[in-house]
Design a protein. Structure first.
Length: 233
């Protein structure tokens, strides 16, 4: 998301107000809870991610609880997954809106982003397992980097994505990825398709829970075959 799109911390109120950030007692247990407010636009950039990685494509996988974005470098053989980012469906939806906004600003300044040429489709599309069999992924990348906020910027020819973990006490950039501008509309298309598929799947599950299938009534007494191989007459 843009810096302007990042969630703002809740308004603070004076002593006794419901928005106070002072520790509040929790019943008589002796425990305290405290609301934490992050600065929306500041995040520490660890040295190991500061240089970032360049990607030529993205594979989006939608699971039951999260989305996985595998950023691929296709200019080397074998192709490599250079960054794996994990985010919740809520963050994915915010990410989609932010990309649309940034693409609009980019095109207003530099003109329409050219479409990528589409390669010929094979007679039989490869399975997801076949795709990953041809990819190289390090053990460090395999675990992925969690993200619950995104900051993005763009230059004349590329976009920069800072995927951020906003945890107390300091937000940090968990992955930094560079994409050529023509790749960004393709990323937006893949994310939108995956999110729509996820929503349809969740809606189907919700309807099944509300309307569970009814089992046919059991006949009584049960008609089991007798000694002669025939049921009761």
């Amino acid at each position: 998301m843009n810096e302007s799109d990042a969630p703002k911390p809740p308004d603070e109120q004076g002593p006794g107000g419901s928005g106070s950030n002072q520790p509040q007692p929790e019943g008589n247990s002796g425990q305290f809870n405290q609301r934490i407010a992050h600065s929306p636009v500041t995040a520490r950039v660890p040295e190991k991610v500061a240089r970032g990685v360049f990607s030529t494509g993205v594979i989006v996988i939608d699971g039951p609880f999260e989305f996985v974005l595998d950023f691929v470098m296709g200019l080397v053989q074998p192709r490599q997954v250079v960054s794996r980012v994990v985010m919740s469906p809520v963050v994915v939806e915010q990410f989609i809106h932010a990309i649309r906004d940034n693409v609009g600003k980019f095109e207003a300044r530099f003109g329409k982003i050219p479409d990528l040429p589409r390669p010929p489709q094979p007679p039989k599309p490869p399975s997801i397992q076949e795709i990953y069999d041809d990819l190289k992924m390090s053990d460090e990348t395999l675990a992925g980097s969690y993200c619950n906020a995104v900051l993005m910027s763009h230059g004349v020819s590329e976009f920069t994505f800072d995927f951020i973990t906003r945890f107390f006490p300091t937000a940090a950039v968990s992955s930094r990825v560079f994409l050529a501008a023509p790749q960004v509309p393709k990323l937006l298309e893949s994310l939108s398709t995956s999110l729509n598929r996820y929503k349809k799947r969740m809606e189907t599950m919700r309807q099944q829970q509300q309307n569970p299938p009814t089992e046919p009534p059991m006949s009584y007494p049960p008609t089991e075959p007798g000694p002669g191989g025939e049921g009761p007459k």
